[in-house]
Write a protein that binds this ligand. Sequence first.
Ligand SMILES: C[S@@+](CC[C@H](N)C(=O)[O-])C[C@H]1O[C@@H](n2cnc3c(N)ncnc32)[C@H](O)[C@@H]1O
Length: 101
Amino acid sequence: MARLLNAVAELVAAPARHWRKRREWEHFWSDETASAFWLSEGAQEPVRQAVREGWITAGDKVFDLGCGIGQTSAFLASVGCDVLGVDVSTAAIRRAGESYA
Ligand SMILES: C[S@@+](CC[C@H](N)C(=O)[O-])C[C@H]1O[C@@H](n2cnc3c(N)ncnc32)[C@H](O)[C@@H]1O
Protein backbone atom coordinates (compact mmCIF):
# COMPACT_ATOMS: atom_id res chain seq x y z
CA MET A 1 0.00 0.00 0.00
CA ALA A 2 2.81 2.42 0.87
CA ARG A 3 4.45 1.71 -2.49
CA LEU A 4 1.20 2.47 -4.29
CA LEU A 5 0.79 5.74 -2.39
CA ASN A 6 4.38 6.66 -3.22
CA ALA A 7 3.76 5.92 -6.90
CA VAL A 8 0.63 8.10 -6.89
CA ALA A 9 2.50 10.89 -5.08
CA GLU A 10 5.26 10.69 -7.69
CA LEU A 11 2.72 10.84 -10.53
CA VAL A 12 1.14 13.93 -9.00
CA ALA A 13 4.48 15.64 -8.34
CA ALA A 14 6.04 15.00 -11.77
CA PRO A 15 4.11 17.66 -13.76
CA ALA A 16 4.81 20.29 -11.11
CA ARG A 17 8.53 19.41 -11.21
CA HIS A 18 8.48 19.61 -15.01
CA TRP A 19 6.90 23.09 -14.99
CA ARG A 20 9.33 24.29 -12.33
CA LYS A 21 12.30 23.11 -14.39
CA ARG A 22 10.76 24.65 -17.50
CA ARG A 23 10.41 28.00 -15.71
CA GLU A 24 14.03 27.79 -14.61
CA TRP A 25 15.24 27.20 -18.18
CA GLU A 26 12.95 29.94 -19.48
CA HIS A 27 14.46 32.31 -16.93
CA PHE A 28 18.01 31.25 -17.87
CA TRP A 29 17.55 31.71 -21.63
CA SER A 30 15.64 34.99 -21.23
CA ASP A 31 18.82 36.57 -19.88
CA GLU A 32 21.14 37.08 -22.84
CA THR A 33 24.08 37.70 -20.50
CA ALA A 34 23.64 34.43 -18.60
CA SER A 35 26.64 32.14 -18.66
CA ALA A 36 27.29 28.51 -17.76
CA PHE A 37 30.29 26.19 -17.99
CA TRP A 38 28.62 24.19 -20.79
CA LEU A 39 27.59 27.22 -22.85
CA SER A 40 29.95 27.64 -25.79
CA GLU A 41 30.25 30.04 -28.70
CA GLY A 42 29.83 27.30 -31.28
CA ALA A 43 29.19 23.58 -31.14
CA GLN A 44 30.66 21.64 -28.23
CA GLU A 45 34.07 20.07 -28.93
CA PRO A 46 32.81 16.46 -28.63
CA VAL A 47 30.35 17.19 -31.44
CA ARG A 48 33.08 18.74 -33.61
CA GLN A 49 35.25 15.72 -32.88
CA ALA A 50 32.42 13.35 -33.88
CA VAL A 51 32.22 15.13 -37.24
CA ARG A 52 36.02 15.17 -37.72
CA GLU A 53 36.22 11.45 -37.02
CA GLY A 54 33.27 10.58 -39.24
CA TRP A 55 30.81 9.47 -36.57
CA ILE A 56 28.41 12.09 -37.87
CA THR A 57 28.39 12.77 -41.60
CA ALA A 58 26.49 14.84 -44.16
CA GLY A 59 23.01 13.46 -44.73
CA ASP A 60 22.67 12.07 -41.22
CA LYS A 61 19.43 12.85 -39.44
CA VAL A 62 20.12 14.41 -36.05
CA PHE A 63 17.68 15.05 -33.21
CA ASP A 64 19.21 17.72 -30.96
CA LEU A 65 17.13 17.35 -27.81
CA GLY A 66 17.70 20.31 -25.52
CA CYS A 67 19.24 22.36 -28.35
CA GLY A 68 19.26 25.60 -26.35
CA ILE A 69 20.08 28.56 -28.58
CA GLY A 70 20.99 26.26 -31.44
CA GLN A 71 24.79 26.40 -31.82
CA THR A 72 25.16 22.64 -32.13
CA SER A 73 22.17 22.29 -34.44
CA ALA A 74 23.51 25.08 -36.66
CA PHE A 75 26.98 23.53 -36.77
CA LEU A 76 25.58 20.12 -37.74
CA ALA A 77 23.34 21.71 -40.38
CA SER A 78 26.42 23.51 -41.75
CA VAL A 79 28.15 20.17 -42.36
CA GLY A 80 25.12 18.82 -44.20
CA CYS A 81 23.13 17.05 -41.50
CA ASP A 82 19.35 17.13 -41.46
CA VAL A 83 18.81 18.53 -37.97
CA LEU A 84 15.75 18.84 -35.75
CA GLY A 85 16.48 20.96 -32.67
CA VAL A 86 13.96 20.88 -29.84
CA ASP A 87 14.00 22.71 -26.54
CA VAL A 88 11.58 23.15 -23.67
CA SER A 89 12.38 26.87 -23.50
CA THR A 90 10.55 29.16 -25.92
CA ALA A 91 13.14 31.88 -25.18
CA ALA A 92 15.91 29.55 -26.35
CA ILE A 93 14.03 28.64 -29.53
CA ARG A 94 13.32 32.31 -30.24
CA ARG A 95 17.02 33.15 -29.85
CA ALA A 96 18.01 30.18 -32.04
CA GLY A 97 15.64 31.45 -34.72
CA GLU A 98 17.07 34.98 -34.49
CA SER A 99 20.60 33.65 -34.85
CA TYR A 100 20.23 30.94 -37.44
CA ALA A 101 16.86 30.97 -39.23
C1 LIG B 1 22.72 22.09 -20.39
S1 LIG B 1 21.62 22.92 -21.53
C2 LIG B 1 22.41 22.55 -23.09
C3 LIG B 1 21.93 23.45 -24.21
C4 LIG B 1 22.64 23.25 -25.56
N1 LIG B 1 22.56 21.85 -26.01
C5 LIG B 1 24.08 23.71 -25.49
O1 LIG B 1 25.00 22.87 -25.58
O2 LIG B 1 24.29 24.94 -25.33
C6 LIG B 1 20.21 21.83 -21.49
C7 LIG B 1 19.08 22.26 -22.40
O3 LIG B 1 18.02 21.30 -22.32
C8 LIG B 1 16.77 21.98 -22.31
N2 LIG B 1 15.80 21.08 -21.65
C9 LIG B 1 15.73 20.72 -20.36
N3 LIG B 1 14.72 19.85 -20.17
C10 LIG B 1 14.14 19.65 -21.38
C11 LIG B 1 13.05 18.85 -21.83
N4 LIG B 1 12.33 18.09 -20.99
N5 LIG B 1 12.73 18.88 -23.14
C12 LIG B 1 13.42 19.66 -24.01
N6 LIG B 1 14.48 20.44 -23.64
C13 LIG B 1 14.84 20.42 -22.35
C14 LIG B 1 17.05 23.29 -21.56
O4 LIG B 1 16.14 24.32 -21.88
C15 LIG B 1 18.48 23.60 -22.06
O5 LIG B 1 18.44 24.40 -23.22
